[in-house]
Design a protein around this ligand. Structure first.
Ligand code: HAM
Length: 408
């Protein structure tokens, strides 16, 4: 996880995104207005914080970072900065749900947002950044799905078409979907209900309804993606689960997997969100990549790396009570940049060595009588060899031995 977090931060910096930290909780209205009231995330998955006082304020843990980042953009006058403002954040998100494989109540996202650029070139740049993240993480086989979900001009006609279609199928709809049909028919397309799969297979496609401007924008996104050589698959029923999206929408799956549960990342354009949260009309686009699910996909592909550990040296001693000597030597090794710990338990040398071996330490530095002559025993626990070295040369010996370990 730490490796993926570092990778995201490095990539974002290389693409010119600056880090932002928003609070882990916001006024509930930020999420209700931003993400939309008729969404799973707000209806079912919001972790609401019980109010403490009569001040009437309502707070919730962040289920995603975009609404909070856009709130900060408006509140802190970032509209006066040179546009687009490119921001990145990695951190924990919270969604109340039944925990299951790949679906957690606390999970981590690598997020980027570019606010103030209408695209379409930046759309392709952001999608390319997402694709590069997975490639650099070691996940070669991804399925990048792309769609345009139109805007306020063309979406109403599409929604009407969709409502009419679902009304004609009303008897086959699960009750939760029936209740949402009139207010938020897009959510039905995005439904996790198994019964909806067959119904949705014949639903009208948004791409048949796009207005001229949205169609031109979508063509521009595809042309730019082709120019930078990012493979993608058009998926006309991809709508995303949050209400703020306009035009470009994309999701990433591990290749071969399907279904809602397994999206390892997603994003899109949200040209109405800044205005919705109180700012001037300003376009924006971003993505959130799920780090927990990326890790699961890497494990499934056999590509998860075990973290590279430093060769650990444990400083042990013949005199159990001489903890000050052991602590001093370990402190010196650490000050020289080596990984070391002292055995500070008042126990026999044999037990100290046993503990070091159990821990998988590479070296034991043994302090004995020869310390009076400025010498220590250096035991290579993995090779099973031991030599006497001057204490003053210990750092050099350990560094050389550690290097030859690493390189075989
Ligand atoms: P999202 O699709 O809701 O989008 O979440 C992005 C990613 O977070 C998902 O693809 C998934 O990998 C991961 N994720 C979501 N819920 C869970 C969960 N319960 N457990 C584990 N992983 C999960 C957003 O959040 C948008 N803010 C993305 C965005 C940024 N759009 C524009 N800018």
């Amino acid at each position: 996880m730490a490796r993926l977090e570092r990778l995201g931060a490095e990539l974002a910096a290389r693409y010119g995104y600056r880090p932002i930290e928003t609070p882990m909780f916001e006024q509930t209205a930020v999420f209700e207005r931003g993400i939309g009231e008729v969404t799973d995330v707000v209806e079912k998955e919001l972790f609401r914080i019980a109010p403490r006082s009569e001040d009437g304020e309502s707070w919730a843990l962040r289920p995603e970072p975009t609404a909070g980042i856009v709130r900060a953009y408006v509140q802190h006058g970032m509209q006066t900065w040179p546009q687009p403002v490119k921001l990145t954040m990695t951190g924990p998100m919270f969604r109340y749900d039944r925990p299951q494989a790949g679906r957690y109540r606390q999970f981590s996202q690598f997020d980027v947002e570019a606010i103030g650029d209408a695209g379409p070139a930046i759309d392709a740049e952001i999608i390319e950044l997402a694709a590069r993240f997975y490639r650099d993480a070691g996940l070669a086989a991804i399925d990048l799905q792309l769609n345009s979900i139109g805007d306020a001009t063309c979406r109403p006609a599409y929604l009407e078409g969709l409502r009419a279609y679902y009304r004609s199928k009303i008897d086959g709809l699960p009750s939760v979907e029936r209740a949402r049909l009139e207010r938020s028919p897009l959510r039905l397309l995005d439904s996790k209900e198994p019964a909806m799969e067959a119904v949705n297979a014949d639903a009208p496609r948004i791409t048949d309804f796009l207005c001229t401007a949205c169609a031109a924008h979508f063509a521009g996104v595809r042309a730019h993606l082709d120019a930078v050589g990012v493979p993608y698959r058009l998926e006309p029923r991809l709508v995303r689960g949050l209400d703020y999206y306009t035009r470009t929408a994309f999701e990433v799956y591990p290749r071969g997997a399907a279904g809602q549960q397994s999206a390892i990342g997603g994003g899109g354009r949200y040209d109405g969100l800044v205005e919705l949260l109180g700012g001037r009309p300003t376009p924006g686009i971003g993505f959130g990549l799920g780090l927990d699910r990326t890790l699961l996909a890497l494990e499934a592909a056999g590509a998860a790396e075990t973290p590279e550990m430093h060769a650990l040296a444990v400083v042990v001693g013949a005199d159990p009570a001489a903890t000050a000597d052991r602590l001093r030597v370990a402190t010196e090794l650490r000050a020289s940049g080596l990984a070391a710990r002292a055995d500070l338990a008042n126990r026999k040398l044999g037990r100290q060595l046993e503990a070091a071996a159990k821990e998988g330490a590479h070296f034991a530095v043994i302090l004995g009588d020869e310390l009076a002559d400025g010498q220590v025993q250096l035991r290579d626990l993995q090779a099973g060899t031991q030599q006497v070295v001057p204490a003053a040369d210990l750092v050099r010996h350990l560094t050389r031995a550690g290097d030859s370990h690493r390189h075989g």
